[in-house]
Write a protein that binds this ligand. Structure first.
Ligand SMILES: *[C@@H]1O[C@H](CO)[C@@H](O)[C@H](O)[C@H]1NC(C)=O
Ligand SMILES: *[C@@H]1O[C@H](CO)[C@@H](O)[C@H](O)[C@H]1NC(C)=O
Ligand SMILES: *[C@@H]1O[C@H](CO)[C@@H](O)[C@H](O)[C@H]1NC(C)=O
Ligand SMILES: *[C@@H]1O[C@H](CO)[C@@H](O)[C@H](O)[C@H]1NC(C)=O
Length: 374
């Protein structure tokens, strides 16, 4: 309460002065916004000035519910300890399968917290201050399938990962190291999200992702890569590499990825020079995003591609006959045989040096186009 008064008094004074000043002036024609001294609260400085942990909530129906958490009566396996200004993970009861610890100030994980919770399947630690997780903690979490630790302060991927993990989200840390062999037994992992870290080319070798037999999504966007990662698991269906500094793609790179459906390479440094001719002519690919690069021509695409993003490059002209992935001539426009037509439905070409209208031969080739942005 006292703090309020202290903050409000100067404010009221300023208001009074303002009102008086307004009255004295006869007829103000232009009202200029006047700067009011708004007292800014000082930024909390680490580690002493963290906001205090919130007081415990009402007693729970579960006597073992940690006092700083909420344990809903109808979900006995879930524990909610998120956004409580916590510094530590509370001691989790053995029935815990899902624990929500995001948006706190946790900087260290302690063995005791997890000792009884051997059936944990889901941990959300997003937005905390964790720098490291020790092996002895993770190796007891045999049943863990989801580990979310986005927006922490990790400098490397933990050197041991629970073998049943299906999703590992470590984006927005400062990861610049991947311990060798860390994924070698992770054949349940489906999603690996490492976007917005500090991964550079030297971190990867041919064996980095070895063992990830079932990986579907690999997100390495917003790192400091200049090259494509040397080996991506064959199972990958979604590969995200936006916002790196990739200049070229080795010849036949995507031949090793027969399951690739979504490929994002927006905001890189790709130009024709670095892209062998048939690089993106891959029959599995449905979505190809190459916006904000340095391409001056449309690269050859496959007839199966449905979405193509080429906006914000330096393309000067587009010739529908040349880029058409299928022979042009034998179309019978009255026929309903869509199977023999290129599948492209969405095309973005804005932010290039092209001017409308869309060339007729583009429309003639891509008969299924629903939307073109130029
Ligand atoms: C952990 O488990 C042990 C043995 O089952 C039990 O004695 C102890 O009270 C449990 N601790 C918590 C915090 O649940
Ligand atoms: C946890 O893992 C153990 C063996 O590692 C298994 O016996 C148990 O059924 C698992 N529990 C759950 C809930 O999956
Ligand atoms: C693209 O690949 C197909 C085979 O999948 C091939 O028939 C076609 O000629 C290639 N396109 C170009 C422009 O080389
Ligand atoms: C497009 O390319 C074809 C084949 O190379 C050529 O015959 C045609 O004149 C070109 N069209 C335009 C408008 O440049």
């Amino acid at each position: 309460m006292r703090a309020w008064i202290v903050l409000l008094l100067p404010f009221i004074l300023v208001l009074v002065i303002e009102v008086n000043a307004q009255r004295r002036r006869p007829k103000p024609t232009v009202v200029r916004p006047t700067k009011r001294p708004t007292p800014l609260p000082p930024e909390p400085a680490e580690p002493t000035d963290l906001p205090p942990p919130l007081p415990p909530g009402p007693p729970s129906v579960f006597p073992d519910c940690p006092r700083e958490c909420y344990c809903p009566a109808d979900f006995p396996t879930s524990i909610y300890c998120d956004s409580r200004n916590l510094r530590k993970v509370p001691i989790l009861p053995s029935r815990t399968r899902y624990v929500y610890l995001q948006n706190n100030f946790i900087n260290d994980l302690q063995e005791d917290s997890f000792k009884n919770a051997t059936e944990l399947q889901w941990i959300n630690l997003d937005n905390n201050k964790i720098k490291k997780i020790e092996k002895k903690i993770l190796e007891k979490l045999d049943n863990l399938t989801y580990l979310y630790m986005e927006k922490n302060q990790l400098k490397e991927i933990p050197s041991y990962l629970p073998p049943k993990l299906e999703q590992l989200r470590l984006s927005r840390n400062q990861i610049s190291k991947i311990p060798s062999g860390v994924f070698s037994k992770m054949d349940h992992l489906i999603l690996l999200d490492l976007h917005n870290n500090k991964l550079s080319d030297g971190v990867f070798n041919k064996n980095t992702f070895k063992g990830l037999k079932n990986l579907i999504q690999l997100n390495l966007a917003h790192n400091i890569l200049r090259k494509m990662p040397p080996t991506v698991p064959e199972s990958v269906n979604q590969l995200f590499l936006d916002r790196n500094n990739i200049e070229d793609i080795p010849s036949g790179y995507f031949k090793e990825l027969p399951n690739l459906v979504f490929l994002r390479l927006n905001y890189n440094q790709l130009s024709e020079k670095g892209i062998p001719k048939n690089t993106f002519n891959i029959s599995s690919l449905l979505v190809l995003q190459l916006s904000h690069n340095k391409l001056s021509v449309v690269p050859p695409i496959n007839a199966n591609l449905e979405h193509l993003y080429l906006n914000d490059n330096i393309i000067e002209k587009i010739n529908g006959t040349e880029i058409c992935p299928l022979p042009f001539a034998p179309y019978d426009f009255s026929a309903s045989d869509f199977s023999s037509m290129p599948r492209l439905r969405y095309l973005r070409l804005d932010g290039n040096q092209l001017k409308p209208p869309i060339p007729l031969d583009v429309i003639m080739c891509f008969r299924l186009l629903q939307s073109v942005v130029i």
